[in-house]
Structures are given as C-alpha cells and as structure tokens.
Ligand binder design. Structure first.
Ligand code: ATP
Ligand code: MG
Length: 620
C-alpha cells in the first residue's frame, strides 16, 4: 500500500501482488488462496461477538416484516443475523453502492444470515420504476440474492407507511411528539447551534389530545404543504443537535409511485429508517459515517416504540463505516445524473461512468468488484481510494481467464518484400498461438501470415530513440508467433507521415519450428495479417476527469471533465475474434484487456471497449 499525501485529502493506493513473482493465481482457487482469507474488520468482530453472546438469539421471525405482535407469532429467526442494503430508487447504483452491497450481503452470507434489499422510497418525488429495475439487476449481477430466496421481491419502505403513521400517533399519545406550527425559518433559528442551546417552540407544551387532533388534520389534508410538522419531543438543549426535537413527519402533496395519493404526509428519513430496520428484524444496520450523529435518535426511537409494545426487542443497532471515495470519478447519484442529463456522457451505462452498469460495459466483472471491495476493506475514517486499485483488481481477475488475441490499434502496413521469393507468390502461411499462456487445455487460435501485415505505428521508428528495440531500418524483430524479419525502410506521404514499412523475411525462423531461434532478436511485435485481419471499432476510454478529486471542497466537477476520455479507432484484430460474443473479455496482447461492447457489438459490426491497460500508467 502506498500512501500519497495531497493538499485535499489522503489518497490510498493498494498495489496488486508483485508482478515479478510468477502468477500465483493461474486458477481461481489459487487466486483465493493468495488473498488473505476474509480479512477481519470491526464489523465482523462485532457480529462474532453478538453471535457468541447470543444477543439476537431470542428473536422471532414471522416470515415477513411486521410489528412486535406479528413476529411474536413466528418461529425463532432462522437467520443468525439480518443486514440490509437500502437504496433510494432515485438513480443508478455506483461503485460506492457496490461497496455497501458486497459488505452487507457478504456479512450475511458469511455468518449464516440474510440480507434484505429494501427500497427506501419514502421520498415521493424523485423515485422512478426505471431505477427500481436497474438496482435489482445490479445487485443480482454482483452475485447476490436478497430476502432469503432467489425469487423474493424486494421490500419497500413505503409498505410500512401505515405502521409509521401508527408509531407517530403512539409517540404523540405518550407525550413524545408534538405538532409544531413555527415556520421553517423559526424552527431553524430556535434550534440553536453548537455553542447555543435551542429554544422551545411555543407549540411544544400542547397536550397529546391537541397534538393528535392536529396531526390527524395534517393527514386529512386540512393544512397547506409546509404549514406544520410533527416533531419528536426530546431535548432542545441536547449537545447533539439531532436530538433537539427532530421533525419526523411533514406535509407534502405528492403522488407516490407505490401508494399513489393515499398520503399527503410523509415520514422523514431519520424516523422512517430505524422503523424499517426494526420491522424487518434487522440486527446490524450498517450505514456511512455521516449518519453517526443520528444514532442517538435511532436508539431513542427504538426504545420508545419497544416501550409502547409496537416493536419487538432487542432492536437493530446502527454501525457506521467510511464511505468509498474513488479518485477520478464522482460517486453521487445526483452528480452522475447531471453527467447523463447534460449529455457529458452517453448514458448511465457509458463505459466511463462509475455506475455498476457502466463498469459492466467497460469490462468489469462481479469478481473484480468483489475483490476490490475486499481489498479496500472497511474502516471508520474517510479517505480516497486511488482508481488504480480498482483497475488492478480488474487486471488481476481478467489475467487468469481472458483469452488472448492480437490486435493492431493504430495500423500501418508492413510489406515483406522477399515474401514471394522465399514463401511463394500469393502464399499464406498458417500460424497459431495458445488462447491462454497458462491454460494450454483451452486450446489454440489460428491465423495466417502473408506478404502484408498490419503493425502498430508506434512499433516503427525511422530514427530509433535510445533503447528502442522494435522496427527501424537495419534491425531484426520477430513477428510474435511468426517469423523474424529485418526492417529495410519505409514510405512516407507529403506530410512526412509513414504510409508503409518494408522488411525482408529471414528464412527458417518461424516460431515453433526447429532452429527458429538461431537468429537472436531483442524485439517482438504483435501484428495481424492483411489477408485475414478483421476490421473492428475500438473505443479507447480514458479517465472521465482530469483531477483526482473532481468534486472535493464543493468544486464544479464539470470543469474537471477530461475532453479526451473517448477515442474511437478502426483496428485490425485476429480472425479468432469473429466469434466474440457481446460482454466477452479478451487480452489484446501488449495492449490491455478489452470487452466486446455489451450494447453495440454484433457479428457484422464488432465493437470492443478498452477495459484496462496492461500496466498501471496512472498515479506514478
Ligand atoms: P448518493 O449520494 O449517491 O445518492 P446515497 O447514500 O444517497 O448515495 P442511497 O441509495 O441512499 O444513496 O444508498 C444506499 C446505500 O448505499 C446506503 O446504505 C449508503 O450508505 C450506501 N452508499 C452510498 N454511497 C456509498 C459510498 N460512496 N460508499 C459506501 N456506501 C455507500
Ligand atoms: Mg440517499
């Protein structure tokens, strides 16, 4: 791990295992063995402790979410722990959510528990069905199933609105909540601040009967939006401002995608969330650090509702971990939506996007993302993870399985001028190469060599710089899996741009034939024969942002966009790629890992995306 200090904040870069050591993980099993077995973290320790102490052993589960009476009729909960992933369906999931998904589902899996997928849809305006569908697909694609069965429907917080309303009435009747008719501004001023205690609202001393009547009027639509709110009655002098009578219900005339126009009052997130957890029998409610200050209210609310007999005991407990910040991207649904709607990218699944659908289209696999979330671990202090850590995980997981192929991304023609004399006019020679260097059992790929081959422009220099071992006049190199040849010169156009390179074939040097290595060369280049090379579109992606922390400190992240984050080229690839399927990944030798685009790739018009280069070229 390399720690890099920047002006803004610490960036953590976790190196992949030393590439100089032999590939320790030529197989999946070996890969697993080379990783520490499930590195422990504070959450695992808490769960281990709870299991040993039997903290949740007495809980009952009635087969579906519900209140104390409902669960009392059930069996002892077969799930040793329950965790949840509670997205708001207001956008596409991103790599930060992947961390939370892998964490919550992973803990449930490892400790004999169940992880719930719950749509936190208490905010009526922003949510859409499109988002519900993509979120379910993304969780499934990452390799997880929710609510204990492959066919379960996710839970949704809006199904609990009736209970939440009942809980609010209970709090009012028990003297723990009141309807406040101060303006938003008055409430804000009277809340005080860190140095100043709050001031009681003039409505705070109302009787439960008065409050109940008022609250029912709110529910029945007798008051304007924003005219009043229901507040928990806790402590206006609390050092924790979140305990200074937080609002728990507001009036909001909005049609909800699940409950329609049934409600014109909606619960606040801080009130709804603990209740959702409790109804679902969640044991460990894991959220990001910014909710730490909410935990006392979470606990307060649980205690009150257990006291009132509405919820079963013991209640869920909230734990906080550091959210993932990843360099060179933004991880906020709102900011990602801005990129999409302002057409800065081509959609939520643009391969430059850090969304799960974007990463997938870029060539990321669930294994790579899982490895990443395990490698970065879980901590309680905020930091930024360097993007190269994510790329390293992709490289590592693809290296062991991606078939190899040759590709020429910036083609220039190489003519073997003595081919007709040595090999015979018009003749094509058969070549082959292993599909994977460490997996001979996967077989071989076949291609031709002929008088004309495509090579990469950068593999030729008319006047070689020091240390350049590839093509320059007078130098011998090997065409990988083919013959040795000696460069003789080049042809240029009026602008001085090389249009053709010439060389002569050195006889009896074909790879794999006896004596072929008698001629020693320092350079080996990749190539594709003109005769059987396949023209394909290749999309070369680069970082979406030029700055490591594009939105740090409230900066306008749009200004940091990389104008050259996409370059489209026509490349030539080996004929074996004619059968590539959409989503299939390859290593283009010497170039990097590529994926047949999941949307645009067809047999007739192949499209490959650059997933990641062979070596880390960033952050050095
Ligand atoms: P965004 O700001 O992108 O909308 P959010 O936190 O509002 O994110 P939710 O849909 O509420 O999005 O998040 C669902 C879960 O994912 C929450 O439990 C949240 O803690 C977690 N989560 C969101 N972003 C990250 C992140 N960057 N790192 C880790 N967990 C995250
Ligand atoms: Mg949110």
């Amino acid at each position: 791990m390399v720690l890099q200090s920047t002006a803004q904040s610490k960036i953590i870069r976790m190196s992949t295992p030393n590439p100089a050591t032999p590939p320790a993980h030529a197989t999946k099993a070996a890969a697993a063995a080379s990783e520490p077995v499930k590195p422990s973290n504070f959450l695992r320790q808490i769960i281990e402790h709870d299991l040993a102490a039997g903290t949740y052993a007495t809980r009952r589960w009635a087969g579906s979410p519900g209140d104390a009476a409902h669960h009392a009729q059930g069996q002892p909960d077969p799930a040793k722990i329950r965790t949840r992933f509670p997205p708001e369906p207001n956008g596409y999931l991103h790599i930060g959510h992947a961390k939370s998904i892998c964490l919550n589902f992973g803990l449930a899996r490892d400790f004999g528990g169940v992880c719930h997928l719950r749509f936190d849809d208490t905010n009526p305006e922003k949510e859409k069905l499109e988002y519900v569908t993509t979120i379910m697909n993304s969780v499934r694609w990452l390799g997880f199933e929710w609510n204990g069965s492959p066919t379960a429907t996710p839970y949704q917080a809006s199904d609990y609105f009736d209970f939440m309303y009942r809980a609010a009435e209970y709090l009012i009747e028990a003297g723990h909540a009141y309807v406040d008719e101060q303006t938003v501004e008055q409430i804000r001023i009277n809340r005080g601040d860190f140095g100043k205690p709050g001031v009681d609202s003039p409505f705070r001393a109302r009787t439960p009967a008065e409050n109940l009547a008022r609250f029912r009027e709110m529910r029945d639509g007798q008051h304007e939006d924003g005219a009043m709110v229901l507040r928990a009655k806790i402590d206006m002098a609390s050092p924790n401002i979140n305990l200074r009578d937080p609002a728990i219900y507001r009036i909001r005339r909005a049609t909800h995608h699940n409950t329609g126009d049934k409600w014109c009052i909606y619960p606040m997130y801080t009130f709804a969330h603990p209740i959702e957890d409790a109804l679902e029998n969640i044991t460990h409610s894991i959220c990001t650090l910014e909710f730490e200050d909410q935990r006392p209210f979470y606990d307060w609310l649980m205690e009150r509702l257990i006291e009132g007999g509405l919820l079963s005991s013991p209640p869920p407990h909230q734990y906080e971990f550091a959210r993932l910040n990843l360099t060179y991207v933004v991880t906020s649904k709102r900011k990602l939506a801005q990129l999409v709607y302002d057409h800065k990218v081509k959609g939520w699944d643009d391969p430059r996007m850090p969304t799960i659908v974007g990463l997938r289209r870029r060539g990321y696999t669930p294994e790579a993302i899982q490895l990443f979330t395990e490698r970065i671990g879980v901590t309680k202090s905020d930091s930024w993870i360097d993007y190269s850590t994510l790329e390293g995980c992709l490289r590592e997981t693809l290296d062991v399985c991606a078939p190899r192929a040759m590709a020429v991304l910036d083609p220039v023609k190489l003519v073997l001028t003595n081919w007709d004399d040595v090999m015979g006019a018009g003749k094509l020679d058969d070549c082959s190469a292993p599909l994977h260097p460490h997996h001979p059992e996967l077989g071989k790929r076949a291609f031709k060599i002929g008088k004309e081959v495509w090579i990469d422009r950068t593999d030729f220099e008319e006047t070689p710089p020091k240390g350049f071992f590839r093509l320059f006049p007078g130098n011998k190199v090997r065409l990988k899996y083919g013959h040795v040849m000696e460069c003789t010169g080049c042809t240029k156009d009026a602008d001085g741009r090389v249009t053709e390179v010439q060389a002569t074939l050195v006889p009896d040097t074909k790879s794999g034939t006896p004596g072929s290595d008698a001629v020693k060369v320092k350079g080996v280049i990749t190539w594709v024969a003109v005769a059987d090379g396949l023209p394909v579109e290749v999309r070369l992606y680069d970082r979406l942002f030029l700055e490591a922390q594009p939105d740090a400190g409230g900066k306008d992240f749009i200004e940091a966009l990389n104008p050259n984050s996409l370059k489209v080229v026509t490349a030539f690839v080996e004929p074996s790629l004619a059968s590539a399927r959409a989503d299939q990944k390859f290593q283009f030798e010497r170039h990097g890992y590529f994926v047949a685009d999941g949307v645009d790739h067809t047999k007739a018009k192949p499209v490959f995306n650059l997933a990641v280069g062979l070596e880390d070229s960033w952050g050095r």
